[in-house]
Design a binder for this molecule. Structure first.
Ligand code: PLP
Length: 493
């Protein structure tokens, strides 16, 4: 099994101008995030119009990458649709569960994305965005998640219909239909197929051990029930099969039974017009990531074309709910190395001034890998090390425990800062924003960076082929937690 590339893999210094990925580059021994010298935030301040010296640890939220991800995927589907003469439209939808921070939702809406939600409080977020004029009437809001009869979620959702007409509740369970029917309001609705998982036949889908969606028998029943309801219209078929699916052939083959079912349902229910493949679109979380988005789109659209032709039904609009893909890369978390320890271990330990496990829960819970690079001393020799968090938990380490991915950092540790990159999806939501953390470690300050972009049209996804970007940076600081915030959280008022 190959190990993912999580950083610099050599004892040699990093060559000047080495480009790690499309936004991280070595310059003058320092790591640059596009035009930002990250170490400068701690050392000298004064760059790109920002003059404050920041404390470590520090969370970075780099908003321009969000809009670019959305623009890139829209372009991919536009290119491939034109090439294939595909008749349906493509709808980019942001899956807000990946990161529900205000600045993130604002950025996805400004970039033209539709919106996906999954809980009662999510409805309040949508309502706020409608009131601010960002969630505009033509945007679809896809309402996933369990919404049992009488629950706060379904009640809040039905009331949101007064503020925003373009809502599509997606039925997870037959018992969710009566509240919508009894509301008397006209709803377009979706049906979620029981497809979460790597199934390659309808039988496997029906037999899967999954709490999501409806098996095929219940789907047909729900579709008929909706057809008979005077105020409900079946519009969307939801068919999510997984997350971070890096094998495009497998991704589409898991979708095939659902596509077949879509076409069959479409024959009986002509109002059905959107095939929603849900999440799963992968994104670079390590440096060896390689995924051909055009090839994926081509395979998906040709499969839809071929299947719909066989059933003699029109090609549907295609929707994806992009969570990780939208927000992973805009987030980084910077730390200082505050101690080193040999401790007779196979490799030296470098200790950071924060917690790995509570900042990036997926690294210890799922052994997920993220990119780790030094911000300083890139032009000096490196050595292989283990990273340890400041908590007393034996799992607060990186690389994650079973991993064999080597991590090299500079031998020189005086003034050594490091960054974890591509941590913007799910990590903060799972670790909890603003709560009390493991070993009562306080939450870091956050620096939100935006840029009025003046971007050329050529967007390179895997290489540094982007055309020049310019525009003024804007910086916003969100305070971290103070000791008294943490204490009062825990009842020590
Ligand atoms: C219904 C639904 N849609 C979309 C997503 C987003 O998935 P991803 O982050 O893989 O894009 C999820 C994630 O769990 C989901 O449950």
């Amino acid at each position: 099994m190959t190990t993912p590339i999580i950083g610099w893999e050599s004892s040699d210094p990093v060559p000047e101008n080495h480009q790690f990925n499309r936004y991280l580059q070595a310059k003058n021994g320092r790591l640059h995030f596009e035009d930002l010298d990250l170490a400068n935030l701690f050392l000298e301040g004064d760059q790109q119009g920002f003059s404050r010296i920041m404390p470590s640890p520090l969370e970075i939220v780099y908003l321009p990458l969000i809009g670019r991800q959305i623009a890139f995927m829209n372009q991919v589907f536009a290119d491939v649709s034109a090439e294939l003469g595909y008749n349906g439209r493509f709808h980019y939808t942001y899956a807000s569960k990946a990161n529900a921070a205000e600045e993130v939702i604002r950025s996805t809406l400004k970039a033209g994305a539709h919106h996906e939600m999954s809980s009662a409080v999510d409805v309040d977020i949508a309502r706020i965005m409608v009131q601010r004029g960002l969630l505009t009437p033509e945007r679809m809001v896809i309402c996933n998640g369990f919404k049992p009869s009488g629950s706060p979620y379904i009640r809040n959702l039905i009331s949101l219909k007064n503020d925003h007409d373009n809502l599509i509740p997606v039925i997870e369970d037959l018992a969710e239909i009566p509240d919508l029917l009894n509301s008397g309001k006209p709803f377009n609705v979706g049906l979620r197929a029981k497809s979460y998982g790597h199934n390659t036949s309808l039988q496997e889908m029906d037999d899967a051990n999954s709490r999501f969606g409806l098996d095929s028998k219940s789907l047909w029943k729900a579709a008929d029930y909706i057809q008979a309801a005077p105020n409900l219209t079946l519009t969307l078929f939801h068919n999510m099969v997984g997350s971070q699916l890096t094998d495009k052939d497998a991704f589409v083959s898991y979708l095939k039974p659902g596509i077949e079912l879509y076409a069959q349902l479409r024959q009986r229910h002509p109002s059905l017009s959107i095939f929603n493949f849900g999440g799963g679109m992968p994104v670079a979380m390590t440096l060896d990531f390689d995924f051909d988005y055009h090839a994926f789109a081509r395979l998906l659209l040709t499969t839809l074309q071929e299947t719909c032709a066989r059933y003699n039904v029109p090609e549907p609009d295609v929707m994806g709910e992009f969570g990780r893909y939208t927000t992973s890369e805009h987030g980084a978390h910077l730390f200082k190395i505050i101690a080193t320890k040999d401790n007779n271990s196979d490799l030296p330990w470098y200790i950071i001034d924060g917690s790995i496990m509570s900042s990036f829960p997926d690294s210890w819970a799922l052994s997920e890998h993220f990119i780790v690079l030094p911000l300083t001393h890139l032009d000096k020799p490196f050595q292989q090390v283990h990273l340890g968090g400041i908590t007393c938990d034996s799992d607060d380490v990186y690389p994650p425990k079973p991993s064999h991915a080597p991590l090299y950092l500079p031998v020189e540790t005086d003034g050594l800062y490091i960054g974890f990159f591509s941590i913007g999806a799910y990590q903060e939501m799972l670790g909890g924003a603003g709560g009390s953390k493991h070993c009562v470690v306080a939450e870091a300050m956050e620096l939100i960076i935006d840029r009025e972009e003046n971007v050329g049209t050529k967007q390179g996804q895997n290489a540094s082929t982007e055309s020049s970007r310019s525009g003024r940076y804007q910086f916003t600081i969100l305070p971290g937690q103070t000791a008294s915030d943490v204490l009062s959280n825990l009842g020590y008022d």
